[in-house]
Design a protein around this ligand. Structure first.
Ligand SMILES: Nc1ncnc2c1ncn2[C@@H]1O[C@H](COP(=O)(O)OP(=O)(O)OP(=O)(O)O)[C@@H](O)[C@H]1O
Ligand SMILES: [Mg+2]
Length: 259
């Protein structure tokens, strides 16, 4: 099951969620691969990978999967700034949007979950992520109307461009859920949450992630919040989210074909 984490808006919690949800899934016994698909490399540094020779750039350019095994159940493919060069390198290649899809075919069956963290952008990296995925997940920052706009852009792209392309391959992609992050008790936050529920109905996750300083401390320590402060609200919320993700994906078969 390959899941893209998306929003065009920056700083809404995509990387935080990929990292901590991934850690929680692995802790619950699911073999999980995290892919850093952002030249900022925040997931890579945030999870404590400091030494690497190859990155996801090599996946795009040469089909190599440089997998770091952080533990038996949690694996990561890192990224760095060289990822920003693939735009130019792939611009005239016919399969430019399917590079991740092709490479992940080989390992999809080895994992229960593959989570792809994306940069705030709808370019070639995001299209590779979406076209490789079975499901996608939107991140919204509570009270941030711009982050709502940032997912509506993807709605259009996925409905009008992605789904027709996937249909040609006999594949499909579904919205796994909309996660509200950094919840606040303000009127504007409530208003935006109401709008989200009106539009996405039951797709809005029951689990919300509260603002929690332990989440930020864990970033500095380069570990997950679950390791840093297992009793914090942040650890609790991501553990609960992992249960909800498992519940929502149980029994769903991946449409991606294994090689
Ligand atoms: N629930 C939370 N409580 C407290 N801080 C949070 C929470 N979620 C995210 N943050 C903080 O907000 C900042 C932005 O989060 P993050 O880097 O995950 O966003 P992003 O969507 O990946 O950003 P970008 O678009 O740049 O990739 C980080 O400093 C992170 O620690
Ligand atoms: Mg990020």
């Amino acid at each position: 099951m390959i899941i893209s984490i998306l929003n065009m808006k920056g700083g809404v919690g995509k990387t935080t969620t990929t990292l901590n949800l991934g850690y929680a899934l692995a802790q619950q016994g699911y073999k999980t691969l995290l892919i850093d698909n952002d030249p900022q490399g925040n997931l890579t540094t945030g999870i404590g990978i400091e030494e690497y020779e190859q990155t996801v750039t090599d996946t795009y350019l040469n089909g190599i999967l440089p997998i770091h095994q952080l533990s038996e159940k949690l694996h990561v493919i890192p990224a760095d700034i060289t990822l920003s060069t693939v735009y130019n390198e792939l611009s005239n290649k016919v399969d430019a949007n399917f590079r991740l899809f092709k490479s992940l075919k080989a390992v999809n069956k080895d994992y229960d979950y593959i989570l792809i963290d994306n940069r705030p952008d709808a370019g070639i990296l995001a299209s590779n992520s979406i076209l490789a995925s079975d499901q996608f997940m939107y991140l919204v920052k509570s009270g941030d109307a711009y982050s709502l706009n940032g997912i509506l852009t993807f709605e259009e792209i996925i409905e009008e461009q992605v789904k027709p392309l996937l249909e040609l391959q006999g594949r499909n992609i579904n919205l796994l859920g909309v996660l509200i992050n950094q919840t606040k008790n303000t009127n504007v936050s409530q208003h935006i949450e109401d709008q989200l529920v009106d539009y996405f109905k039951e797709k809005v996750f029951d689990t919300k992630v509260r603002i929690n300083s332990a989440i930020q401390e864990a970033v500095v320590l380069k570990i997950s919040v679950i390791e840093h402060a297992p009793k914090s609200n942040g650890a609790l919320d991501f553990t609960t989210l992992a249960h909800e993700v498992v519940k929502r994906t149980k029994g769903k078969k991946a449409t991606i074909q294994t090689a």
